[in-house]
Design a protein around this ligand. Structure first.
Ligand SMILES: [Zn+2]
Length: 215
């Protein structure tokens, strides 16, 4: 019996450590040397619903596969519409998720930290489209609007707002991302579940990470 328990403990230890090493080695820092992407990471500032800067830096971290898919989306936005992507959030450590859920304990808008968000796996992005002058396209609500108006099915919008949301949807889907029904700005990379949840503070190690440049 003792032996069985011991074996079980070894198995759990092995699984835990291998999941973490797989997870943290595939993070990259997303850069944009030609400004095809614009970064406005709201949680690195106090301009968010937490009213506090909860990130130590304003770098967008993602899993490498998700970053490459984002690069595809940026290329499509530029080539097809002469638009650029503006990022509001990328990877989010689990501890930040816990703070968010304490303030907005509604899983439709903020994932329960017990399950974790795809942001905690480094495979979700919050974003919008901007024009050649850097002006955000009108999507009908602001980012992090926790109400029915932010849903993809919400119909009481102008034709321009509907068309803008449709453009973002089509750009992101063509690059392998899936929409979240309740938030027009949130997209999950299609194969996100294979990445484990992380609480790593990547700001502390960002110089050591590989880069994916969206140019
Ligand atoms: Zn999101």
């Amino acid at each position: 019996m003792f032996f069985l328990k011991f074996r079980f403990a070894i198995c759990v230890l092995f699984l835990t450590s291998s999941a973490y090493s797989q997870s943290d080695s595939s993070f990259v820092a997303v850069t944009s040397s030609e400004n095809k992407l614009v970064f406005d990471l709201k949680y690195a500032t106090s301009d968010n619903f937490l009213k506090a800067a909860v990130y130590d830096c304003s770098t967008c971290f993602l899993r490498e596969e998700a970053a490459i898919a984002l690069k595809k989306a940026a290329t499509r936005a530029w080539k097809k519409y002469k638009l650029r992507l503006k990022l509001f959030d990328c990877y989010r450590p689990l501890a930040v998720q816990e703070r968010m859920f304490a303030l907005v304990p509604n899983p439709e808008y903020v994932a329960d930290p017990k399950k974790g968000s795809i942001h905690n796996r480094g495979a979700a992005v919050d974003l919008t489209l901007i024009d050649e002058n850097g002006i955000e396209l009108d999507m009908g609500t602001s980012f992090d609007h926790f109400g029915v108006e932010a849903a993809h099915t919400y119909q009481n919008l102008t034709e321009i707002q509907k068309s803008n949301r449709k453009k973002l949807l089509s750009i992101m889907k063509s690059a392998g991302f899936k929409p979240l029904p309740s938030e027009w700005w949130h997209y999950n990379y299609g194969k996100s579940r294979k990445f484990s949840i992380s609480n790593a503070n990547l700001c502390a190690t960002k110089e050591d990470l590989n880069k994916v440049d969206v140019n």
